[in-house]
Design a binder for this molecule. Structure first.
Ligand SMILES: NC(=O)c1ccc[n+]([C@@H]2O[C@H](COP(=O)([O-])OP(=O)(O)OC[C@H]3O[C@@H](n4cnc5c(N)ncnc54)[C@H](OP(=O)(O)O)[C@@H]3O)[C@@H](O)[C@H]2O)c1
Length: 403
């Protein structure tokens, strides 16, 4: 691929895009990586460039301007986009990447939109040996790679993969940005208009390749209950609807290495006794309050007054003091068990996410020859396997360990 830029960060003027640009500058500024910033507003991009002290070239492309998008994707080996909600601004860009042979990574957690992109572009991208990779942030790299690491350890230590694995969020500190809330609310608004979207959202295999539905999975947890395996109360994990589907799609794309009955689920640990039960109920209620009210209603307007607007998010201090710890417990067919842990060293949604997305983009640009031969609209592990795992550990502050 003979292209002018290795990586173009599209949306560099936004809250997360700016962090990705800053990460590339700090981590790769002194390397031969050729990268550029892109967006629709030249003044804002120049300001970002000045603030982070880099001299990356700027490309102007509004998401509605197909000619400008084509010009941008024709120059890029990899488009790394944080322009969301993706269902509103992302479809023409992704089509342009496939047409102009650019690999692609994003932070989408918008399941219905990802389903449409899979249906519209998987075959063409696969035929061109392109990797189009959604969900390269907190959703869903920690789940996808946490499970991948867990199963590699199970094979090594127990002699077999686990036939079921549960991921539990053990600790997490961080906040949402306005852009993430806008994307989540857009999914709900779409689902209210079109009932078929609920079906995709509530189907455990909603992102699987057509006809590939092997597994023993149920719908994601939607209530607070006691979990005997972890000796704790658990509540629904807000990202599980995305993560579990990404994990299952990846498992199918990789040919079901963990077995056709493999089962995976996610939830948040809220503690033992009545305190654990109450904090689970509280967490469940607050999530319902933030995401539940329908667009245009008085309740939505009241709740939105307390939430960040697009472009706003956690402060540098909050990002630095943030963290997350995820536990994975699994069992083999024979009944042997294994527990592993993965951690992130900054707030999940922005500090850690911008490093994960930046590394995914660089990996797609520089490591193609060492990556698994899985092409099309694929998932992080299926697309980048051990090569990205090593980058995440070495550069992005992720740790993986056996408990
Ligand atoms: N998966 C994860 O873990 C994770 C974590 C963080 C964020 N996200 C997702 O990332 C996305 C961005 O979040 P954010 O907080 O960074 O949002 P944001 O601050 O609102 O940024 C949105 C970006 O999109 C740009 N944009 C909007 N309309 C455009 C158009 N018509 N043409 C070109 N660019 C346009 C904005 O440009 P202007 O500056 O010119 O307005 C801005 O650069 C959201 O979808 C969010 O859900 C996911």
């Amino acid at each position: 691929m003979n292209k002018q830029y290795d990586v173009v960060v599209y949306g560099a003027s936004g809250f997360t895009g700016r962090l990705v640009a800053e990460y590339l500058h700090n981590r790769y500024g002194d390397t031969p990586l050729r990268w550029a910033m892109a967006g629709r507003n030249e003044e804002k991009l120049k300001k970002v460039r000045q603030d982070i002290g880099c001299d990356a070239p700027i490309i102007i492309a509004d998401s509605k301007d197909k000619t400008a998008l084509d010009k941008m994707t024709a120059q890029a080996k990899v488009i790394c986009t944080t322009v969301g909600p993706y269902a509103k601004y992302g479809s023409d860009l992704l089509a342009s990447c496939v047409n102009h042979s650019a690999h692609y990574c994003d932070l989408s957690g918008e399941v219905p939109w990802m389903r449409r992109m899979i249906d519209n572009h998987h075959e063409a991208a696969e035929a061109k040996k392109l990797k189009i990779v959604h969900s390269c942030g907190f959703d869903s790299i920690p789940s996808d790679f946490g499970l991948y690491y867990h199963q590699a350890q199970a094979k090594e230590k127990l002699g077999a993969y686990c036939s079921s694995v549960s991921m539990r969020v053990r600790a997490m500190k961080g906040k949402f940005s306005g852009g993430t809330l806008a994307s989540g609310q857009n999914v709900i608004a779409e689902a209210i208009k079109d009932k078929s979207i609920w079906k995709v959202l509530t189907d455990p295999y909603g992102l699987n390749p057509p006809g590939e539905r092997k597994g023993n999975d149920r719908r994601d947890l939607n209530k607070v209950e006691y979990d005997d395996q972890f000796n704790s109360w658990i509540a629904p994990f807000v990202m599980s609807n995305i993560n579990t589907k990404i994990v299952r799609r990846g498992h199918a794309l990789r040919g079901y290495p963990y077995g056709s009955d493999f089962q995976y689920d996610e939830a948040t640990l809220t503690g033992k006794g009545w305190k654990g039960k109450m904090s689970g109920k509280m967490m469940h209620t607050v999530t319902g309050l933030v995401m539940g009210p329908k667009p245009g209603t008085l309740m939505r307007k009241i709740v939105d007054k307390f939430l960040p607007d697009p472009g706003e998010g956690p402060s540098p201090e909050e990002r630095k003091n943030g963290y997350y710890k995820l536990l994975f417990k699994g069992k083999t067919e024979k009944g042997d068990t294994l527990a592993t842990q993965m951690t992130g060293d900054m707030d999940p949604g922005y500090g850690s996410t911008s490093k994960m997305l930046g590394e995914a983009a660089v990996c797609l640009a520089l490591d193609q020859e060492d990556l698994p031969s899985c092409y099309g609209v694929v998932t992080p592990v299926a697309a980048m396997g051990d090569v990205l795992l090593n980058r995440l550990v070495q550069n992005a502050g992720l740790t993986f360990s056996v408990k």
